[in-house]
Design a protein around this ligand. Structure first.
Ligand SMILES: *Cc1c(COP(=O)(O)O)cnc(C)c1O
Length: 393
């Protein structure tokens, strides 16, 4: 039945026809609690009235013109994102991978401007940056790269969370021009680096003349309890990429930069047909409104710690649970064995979760969930893990 689609996804045997808040319904009328939010995309949940209204109005007014012309909504979202993040300029595109492509191009252009012949970007083990050729090369996962060789030159890899290794590479590979790093590794298994890590990266970049480029595609837009995860450490990156939650379900990505990195692209350096069109920017503008108005940063902090405490209380002593990690509404429960089948088992119980890095249950619920809904996630996931471990024993 699905044979007309390329076989790139191992899809679950369920699909949805309607949503409301953190809830989704299938064609049979069964209801599911969405604790994944389209992988951190549907930050406002589904069918948020403000977003739906804004998009309908925008569709009746103007969907697309071209970056050949002025786009006031793009200007407005750029200004808001810069004001919120302390960055200075934005380039808009349509996805996370594209946002990282822009960052990589800025790093290379900057390197050449400094006379570096083969500008090299330091990336991390276990990272995820997308599926284009350059971003899958930057990604620290052999499975994602396999078969797509030759990979793109100009990347060197160090362990995540390891400042000494980063410093060593920055000093001993003279062609390095930038570091590209996630504040929390999402696909990698909700890996949270040691406190002070981003500050340390900032310091190493400063001392070695490197651009600090943060991939906030999963962590950005209030997910960790601040607008951007770097704000927990009081530092400022040179480049930051966004996508996922920024459009609340409408595809939009952004590469933000400041200082010399903001001056690097010039006329003709980069472009995108769809990037930052009126529809996508209206979505992003509305997402920013709602995150502000409903104080979703505070909600991510509050419900994130409620979930983390709840999981620690219920599963902290479980012999099959190796770790419980969380930063705002980005949570991971690491088991002692592969547990991909839990995704289907959760669906049978009316809950949508994800398993990443083979044995990490990943939860990225919409930022609008209530405490009662968070408690359903707690009870269901705790029961799933307990039953799964008991069946395997
Ligand atoms: C999802 C993700 C990407 C890729 O985004 P796409 O929109 O799928 O291209 C890149 N980096 C991180 C950290 C992500 O979570």
């Amino acid at each position: 039945m699905n044979d007309v689609l390329m076989h790139t996804y191992a899809r679950q045997p369920v699909g949805f026809v309607r949503g409301e808040g953190p809830w989704l319904w299938d064609a049979e009328g069964r209801r599911y609690l969405d604790a994944l939010a389209g992988v951190a995309v549907c930050a406002l949940g589904h069918a948020h009235p403000a977003l739906a209204e804004a998009l309908c109005e925008q569709a009746r007014t103007l969907l697309h013109t071209s970056n050949i012309y002025q786009i006031p909504l793009q200007q407005r979202v750029g200004e808001r994102l810069c004001a919120l993040s302390g960055m200075q300029r934005a380039f808009f595109c349509n996805s996370g991978a594209e946002a990282n492509e822009a960052a990589i191009k800025i790093a290379r252009l900057r390197g050449h401007a400094k006379g570096v012949e083969v500008p090299t970007i330091i990336v991390m083990e276990g990272s995820f940056h997308g599926r284009t050729l350059a971003t899958l090369t930057a990604t620290g996962n052999k499975k994602i790269q396999m078969g797509f060789e030759p990979l793109v030159p100009g990347f060197v890899r160090v362990p995540y969370g390891d400042l000494a290794a980063l410093e060593h590479t920055a000093q001993h590979v003279p062609s390095t021009v930038a570091v590209l790093v996630e504040p929390v590794q999402g696909e990698g298994g909700i890996i949270i680096p040691p406190p002070g890590y981003l500050k340390g990266v900032r310091d190493i970049c400063d001392r070695n003349g490197l651009l600090m480029m943060l991939d906030e595609i999963q962590t950005g837009i209030a997910r960790t309890g601040k607008w951007f995860a770097f704000q927990h450490e009081g530092i400022q990156p040179d480049v930051m990429t966004l996508a996922k939650g920024l459009g609340g379900g409408v595809p939009i990505g952004a590469c933000l930069a400041r200082g010399v990195a903001a001056e690097t692209f010039g006329l003709g350096s980069h472009g995108s047909t769809f990037g930052g069109n009126p529809l996508a920017c209206r979505a992003a503008d509305t997402v920013l409104d709602v995150v502000e108005r409903e104080d979703l940063c505070a909600k991510a902090v509050e419900l994130g710690s409620h979930l983390l405490d709840g999981f620690r209380a219920r599963l902290g002593d479980h012999p099959s649970v190796l770790a419980i990690r969380g930063h705002g509404l980005m949570l991971g429960i690491e088991l002692d064995r592969p547990c991909g089948e839990l995704v289907r088992k959760a669906i049978e119980r009316g809950l949508l979760i994800n398993v990443t890095a083979e044995r990490v249950i990943r939860l990225l619920p919409p930022l609008v969930i209530t405490q009662a809904e968070a408690d359903i996630i707690l009870d269901t996931v705790a029961a799933l893990v307990t039953d799964f471990a008991a069946a395997a024993a």
